[in-house]
Design a protein. Structure first.
Length: 76
């Protein structure tokens, strides 16, 4: 993977998505990351207040804690 094709996603962007199951394809379809993205990582920026399931997308420790505190889960 090249660095320029890895993208950061904020918790606020996850909060805005109308779906609960989030993976790289869902992020691409929603326009959160470009279609050419090879990977994405959620960072602790903003807040999330609803339950989401993150699959195959990385998350920082802080972002993982925030997602789990809202009742969600992260599986990489």
């Amino acid at each position: 993977m090249t660095r320029e094709r890895n993208f950061e996603v904020r918790l606020t962007e996850l909060e805005r998505l109308p779906i609960d199951e989030i993976d790289l394809l869902a992020l691409q379809a929603a326009g959160v990351v470009p279609g050419a993205a090879l990977a994405a990582k959620v960072i602790l920026s903003g807040a999330i207040t609803r339950k989401v399931t993150l699959r195959g997308v990385g998350a920082t420790k802080g972002a993982r804690a925030a997602i789990e505190a809202a009742g969600g889960s992260v599986t990489e």
